[in-house]
Design a protein around this ligand. Structure first.
Ligand SMILES: O=C(O)CCC(=O)C(=O)O
Ligand SMILES: [Fe+2]
Length: 346
């Protein structure tokens, strides 16, 4: 079985110098596009992560009418039911075997979208979690700037400061119900790459399913707790580079294709595919009005994408001006029927 071989980095280690952590992070982002960030407790409190998973279970258990009243809109906020999203429309005959709830940005601690009644009292907890995720993303973007020797080093992170304007950033709860066996053609989430700059992914120990497409073009499972992290107070936070940051860096940082499958036999020790699966993602985006200008970094400038190989970023040839335009282009492809319906209604 192929090994995803994703590097594990500790960014909280005060004993290591920051420049070397930053270089390590950039190398992993160039080579793999996926990186484990160890969570020894200091990054995001393990009990806050546990609390947000409890909230997610509560939300998905709510009556379907309550969730349907908050159905996803073209602003990418709200609930999407089973088979609504199709992440790999070219291959999939039927939409993803999952339901999800997308929270857009909050303003003054309040959601800017309807929330199901069941979780309305929990708005402050959701807001606090979003804020913790965002701070971690800013730190990662600072390290990427430092590691790429970008001038100024906060070039990426400053494009993500929320007080200066809105962005397409989404906190997403995901519920993959217990499903058909692995021999059906169904997938939990079709093959895709993420749209934004960086994604944080939280998973639960023992729940398999995520796979990445390696450089050798093979699907490799991504263990929740890779060797060396088993006794940490929480699994590492899995991060990955999205299409926008790959586009922005001319394809140097890699946006790796991944999917979520039903796995018949456990491929990873300690993980078994029984019962429902839950995960939580934080898709970080720059402010919508940010223009994706050339990155002031020698390394990015000198990078020549390998045309015709898996390394070439399919979006780098398109003329995209702002972060918002980039996002709209991607959303239209995954929610084609939703967009078509809304076009007709206009
Ligand atoms: O549930 C997971 O492990 C991954 C989900 C994912 O890739 C996504 O929602 O973009
Ligand atoms: Fe994804």
């Amino acid at each position: 079985m192929p090994d995803a071989n994703i590097p594990i980095i500790d960014i909280s280690n005060s004993g290591t110098d920051e420049a070397s952590v930053a270089r390590h992070l950039v190398d992993a982002a160039v080579e793999h596009g996926f990186i484990y960030i160890r969570n020894t407790g200091g990054l995001i409190n393990p009990s806050d992560i546990g609390g947000i998973f409890d909230l997610s279970r509560k939300l998905f258990k709510a009556p379907v009418e309550e969730k349907a009243a908050c159905s996803i809109q073209t602003n990418n906020r709200g609930w999407s039911g089973m088979h609504t999203e199709t992440l790999d429309p070219k291959t999939q005959k039927i939409g993803d075997f999952k339901e999800a709830f997308n929270f857009g940005e909050f303003r003054d601690g309040k959601a800017q979208q309807p929330l199901p009644k069941t979780i309305q009292p929990d708005e402050p907890q959701i807001n606090a979690f979003r804020e913790q995720c965002h701070s971690l993303c800013l730190r990662l973007l600072d390290l990427l700037g430092l590691g790429l020797d970008v001038h100024p080093p906060d070039f990426f992170s400053s494009a993500h400061l929320t007080r200066l304007g809105e962005s397409g950033t989404i906190l997403r709860f995901l519920h993959y119900p217990e499903g058909p066996s692995a021999d059906t053609a169904q997938v939990r989430a079709g093959a895709h790459s993420d749209y934004g700059s960086v994604t944080l992914l939280f998973r639960l120990p023992g729940q398999p399913g995520l796979e990445i497409l390696t450089r050798e073009n093979e699907w490799a499972p991504v263990p929740v707790c890779p060797p060396g992290t088993e006794s940490d107070p929480a699994p590492p936070i899995l991060i990955n580079i999205g299409d926008l940051l790959s586009y922005w860096t001319n394809g140097l940082l890699r946006s790796t294709v991944h999917r979520v499958v039903f796995s018949d036999q456990s491929q990873v020790q300690g993980e078994t595919d029984t019962g429902p699966r839950y995960s939580i993602a934080y898709f970080c985006h720059p402010r919508g009005t940010v223009t994706l200008d050339p990155v002031p970094s020698e390394r990015v400038r000198n990078f020549v994408p390998d045309a015709g190989t898996g390394d070439a970023n399919p979006y780098s040839e398109r003329k995209v001006l702002t972060a918002d335009e980039h996002l709209q282009m991607r959303l239209k492809a995954s929610y084609l029927s939703l967009y078509e319906k809304q076009e007709l209604q206009k």
